[in-house]
Design a protein around this ligand. Sequence first.
Ligand SMILES: [Zn+2]
Length: 320
Amino acid sequence: MQDEHDAVEPLATDLTGIDTRTAGLAQVTAGYLLRAPRPTLFECGPAKSIDTVIAALHALGFDPDDLAYLVVSHIHLDHAGGAGDLARAFPNATVVVSDLGAAHLVDPTKLNASARRVYGSLHDRVYGDCTPVQQEQVRAVTDGEVLDLGGGRRLELLHTPGHAKHHISAFDPDSGWLFAGDSVGVKLPGMRVIRPATPPPDFDLALARRTLDRYQSLEPSTLWLAHYGPLREPMAALDEALERLAAWAETAERAWAEHDELDHVAETLAQRFADDIAPDVDDPEATERLELLNGVESNAAGLLRYFRLREEGRVADDSS
Ligand SMILES: [Zn+2]
């Protein structure tokens, strides 16, 4: 039995990190608990590991009535899969989700089926089925809505598509903290650089760039990534995220022009970005974490899909 206290990390006086222990691995998906009069958890991780998160909240002194909000950046199962179970454990909590994704939390049938298609046996081993969130516990939000956390604390909710069309982020104007979900990319322990997260089924390069540009105009003090932890020099990190996104897109596009074939694009990307994990990192889990979450294959499939749609004129061009 893992000790739930291990999962809790004080990050600031009013911010606590909860390691969701996704797939039984440390530091894959982070939850962030804002300790305001209306306590708010940002991300809960997959259903499979939700007991770790619930136990961590109990260990922090939270009774079933105490959690006010769960905000999920998007409905991919590594972020929101545990929402139904968490909402039942904390029946006063409102689950805050993009209006473009909300219906899938109320009825996760399609969400689970598509995850099963994509992940195969990994689905049951790592994610598990998302259980429904009752309609009354869901708040579907659009860009610019504000969550009142009490005591003058507010969280601004931003529609930040790119990684997924229903992605939202939360900005705390008091602290300058930006809870960015997957929109900036991933930087797991042992990684040298940010890796963009460009998965199917709806990664959009133009929107992803626009979201990063928007973050720069907010001048955040810290970016909190779901995978994993803080980036304390956010403006440099946003430059890096834009530069890495361009590098991945260019590499994938060139490979696609050579052979319109997923394997070729994935192999080309894998070769070019083989050193995203620092070669001297002595951490056997480093590669496992990254492949699980943000495999080259998945990034290749998302980019390829985007290029094909763009060629057909079905998505906006990113060069404007
Ligand atoms: Zn995602």
